[in-house]
Design a protein around this ligand. Structure first.
Ligand code: C5P
Length: 406
């Protein structure tokens, strides 16, 4: 299933003081419908046309209006806002706002934010047709375009003042679609990526468990790289001490059975599944209710814990009729490529990432990793490098394969 194309995107809607501001509330709703998180910045004049309360209600966030109010700046200052945004859309953009921007002014929150942001800025001009045609406005629009600031519209037609001509703001749905198009070039835009990471813990009793040394670093790095490539990411994490990457939806689990259930809850909505977790193959058949005690009356040198097989999560996803693109990992100590190829076939995967865990400089707890990526078509080695860098290369590789399917 492909998601709305503004999924996971952060958009600032700037509102200047023009009559088309009454449509800005609907614009915010359309952007949110497509998955964006929206924050609204209003000029003082805009507040004469539509109330901040309306925009707060539709955006679900406080509205930003003041540059020089210490309380407002402390809550989320202009630099923070500028960094937060993936895109700034000013709708309506009035002749005055365009003139101030073209002159490089920063005399209110909205213009200052535009100077401070590195995000793309788009304008939806809205004004009387004569004002739009005026040489100054046309000059300002050209200057702004040369600086990489785009105009969406204006459209031609009947105007609030009764004139007919160019200067109408584009409709909110058109503006939302134009925003979405700005992100089309990202490799995983509109895709939902589900990643498992870390170890699992299989309880023996309330205080003991069976587990392994997986740190979760590779899976977390993949989650971060997938977000950077434009994806919506769900990270199903076993017990690890890593911080959640920005914009990632994290589901914490303990055991393999928990991970199995959490995975299948989100899989119907996934486009790509990357099984990076080191899932325990077995779990104790019985979990004791109380801490197991040594029996002082018997001199026992042995204790036997009977284990039963855990379900293979990645194979269970790959066996589904409408499965996502499935990527597995193969941690091996010998004959790595052949074992990985076997696993690719047996588990019906689309791709497998093989690494040599006998080499202690890479893999499990290390910050570095070296892998070979194998699909039915290709076999591509990646030399040792930081897991964060490798994650970006792997996400590139995976998205290329996904985008070139059938
Ligand atoms: O068979 P093996 O454990 O070596 O396979 C490793 C791959 O299978 C990894 O992608 C791992 O996340 C996945 N796996 C799983 N569920 C299991 C065991 C492994 O998803 N119970």
């Amino acid at each position: 299933m492909t998601l709305a194309t503004l999924s996971n995107k952060r958009i600032i809607v700037g509102i200047a003081g023009g009559i088309a501001a009454y449509k800005s509330a609907e614009l915010v709703r359309r952007l949110k419908e497509q998955g964006a998180e929206v924050r609204v910045v209003m000029t003082e004049a805009a507040q004469s046309f539509i109330t901040p309360l309306t925009l707060q209600a539709v955006s679900g966030n406080p509205v930003h209006m003041d540059l020089l109010d210490p309380a407002a700046e402390a809550a989320m200052g202009h630099i923070e806002l500028a960094r937060w945004a993936d895109l700034v859309l000013i709708a309506p953009a009035t002749a005055d706002l365009m003139a101030r921007m073209a002159a490089g002014q920063g005399n209110d929150l909205l213009t200052t934010l535009c100077l401070a942001t590195e995000a793309p800025i788009c304008l939806a001009p809205a004004m009387n047709q004569a004002m739009w045609r005026d040489a100054s406005t046309q000059h300002n629009a050209t200057v702004l375009l040369e600086r990489g600031i785009q105009c969406f519209g204006p459209a031609e037609g009947e105007q609030a003042c009764g004139d007919i001509g160019p200067g109408r703001m584009l409709e909110p749905t058109q503006l939302a679609d134009s925003c979405a198009q700005q992100f089309q070039s990202e490799k995983l835009t509109g895709k939902h990526v589900v990643i498992t990471a870390g170890p699992t813990q299989e309880a023996i009793d309330p205080v003991r468990y069976i587990s392994n040394h997986s740190s979760g670093k590779m899976g977390f790095a993949l989650a971060e790289a997938a977000v950077a490539a434009g994806a919506k990411v769900t990270l199903i994490a076993g017990p690890v001490t890593l911080a959640t990457p920005d914009r990632v939806v994290r589901v914490d689990v303990i055991s393999a059975m928990d991970m199995y259930q959490a995975t299948h809850q989100v899989i119907p909505d996934a486009d790509i599944f990357i099984a990076c977790a080191a899932v325990a193959d077995y779990r104790p058949e019985q979990v004791a209710d109380h801490k197991l005690k040594k029996d002082p009356t018997v001199a026992e040198d042995e204790m036997i814990i009977r284990l039963v097989r855990n379900p293979d999560i990645v194979a269970s996803v790959a066996s589904q009729p409408s499965k996502p693109f499935v990527v597995g990992f193969a941690a091996e100590t010998q004959d790595i490529i052949n074992y990985a190829k076997d696993k690719l076939e047996h588990k019906n995967l689309d791709m497998i990432i093989a690494n040599n865990v006998a080499d202690t400089t890479v893999g499990f707890n290390s910050d570095d990793n070296a892998v070979t990526v194998i699909s039915r078509e290709v076999e591509e080695p990646f030399p040792p490098m930081a897991k964060t860098l490798l994650a970006r290369k792997l996400i590139d590789f995976i998205s290329h394969a996904v985008n070139n399917q059938h």
